[in-house]
Design a protein around this ligand. Structure first.
Ligand SMILES: [Zn+2]
Length: 239
């Protein structure tokens, strides 16, 4: 019985490493697998922080994953498993296509993704995977906030200040004059919430002091900036 498995965690919890490990183990047994990813720094590859990488199919917004697997099966005779990295960025409909791969093509799917964004909310792709998956597993990694508590939340910083607004997925190079340096860090819930409250507060101040012209675009003051959600988070600050 094929299954849809979804494994999730924070940045740096080793999701890509696990994806690559499964890919490697199945291939070593002569099984035919498809590895997919999105928005990796190196095009068309899944790479882990520990230095392993493998060629992967890049999932675009228009990619039909069901068709991709079906066509590969027609060409090669069989596909034994599909391993998907960065699933948080897949469209909900693409998550449904993965469910159809399991149900209609009887192919196992191993999906990996971040649980929540820097805004502290489920990614759309993650939400759909949680709704659809046969098995949901959280990767537990002993990451620590700078205060020493268990780090559970992804935080985005622009020029060192935690932000909670901006695009979920930002590609391309540093753009407009207001774009700053973007970094990521893992925080405990208390410190994530504390930073988020301050960020919202300064956003409200901005709105108060600005005229109506800018009130409509409070969503993204930072403009397009370079972001790699799979990037190594900046080292935890010393306590
Ligand atoms: Zn903390």
């Amino acid at each position: 019985m094929a299954q849809l498995r979804f494994t999730f965690g924070t940045m740096g919890s080793g999701k890509s490493t696990q994806a690559l490990q499964i890919h490697h183990n199945l291939r070593a047994r002569g099984l035919d697998t498809i590895l997919t990813t999105q928005l990796d720094r190196t095009d068309g590859r899944v790479s882990s922080r520990l230095g392993v990488s493998a060629d992967a199919e890049t999932v675009e917004s228009h990619t039909d994953l069901f068709e991709l697997v079906r066509r590969r099966m027609a060409r090669r005779g069989s596909v034994d498993a599909v391993i998907c990295d960065e699933v948080q960025f897949y469209a909900p409909v693409q998550c449904e296509q993965l469910a159809r791969v399991v149900d209609e093509l009887a192919v196992d799917v191993y999906a990996f993704g971040l649980l929540t964004s820097f805004q502290g909310e489920l990614f759309p792709g993650t939400a759909r995977m949680l709704e659809l998956a046969d098995l949901r597993t959280e990767i537990q990694v002993e990451a620590r906030c700078w205060c020493g508590a268990r780090a559970t939340h992804n935080a985005r910083f622009v020029d060192g200040e935690q932000v909670v607004s901006g695009q979920l997925k930002v590609v391309g190079d540093t753009g407009g004059p207001t774009a700053g340096e973007v970094t990521y860090d893992l925080l405990c819930r208390a410190h994530w919430l504390d930073g988020a409250r301050k960020a919202r507060g300064s956003q409200l101040e901005l709105l108060d002091s600005d005229d109506a012209r800018s009130a409509g675009d409070d969503d993204d003051h930072s403009g397009p900036v370079e972001v790699d959600p799979g990037a190594v988070p900046t080292p935890l600050r010393a306590t």
